[in-house]
Design a binder for this molecule. Structure first.
Ligand SMILES: [Zn+2]
Length: 62
């Protein structure tokens, strides 16, 4: 049996989220562009998802 509890994608996601949180604590604001509409995002959860809240709310697939 192999231990799959730590996939690379998960680890990367966690590192990124942690990095963003730490940056915010230090007063940095990070911005990424929404992968759906290209809008700049600065909210931590949106940055982590690379998708804005409005685009996340829309039905995915199109
Ligand atoms: Zn968007």
């Amino acid at each position: 049996m192999r231990d799959y509890s730590q996939s690379n994608a998960d680890a990367d996601d966690r590192e990124e989220t942690k990095f963003i949180a730490e940056a915010h604590e230090r007063g940095y604001r990070l911005a990424v562009r929404c992968t759906v509409c290209g809008h700049w995002l600065v909210q931590a959860d949106s940055v982590a998802a690379h998708v804005g809240p409005q685009c996340r709310g829309k039905a995915v697939g199109r």
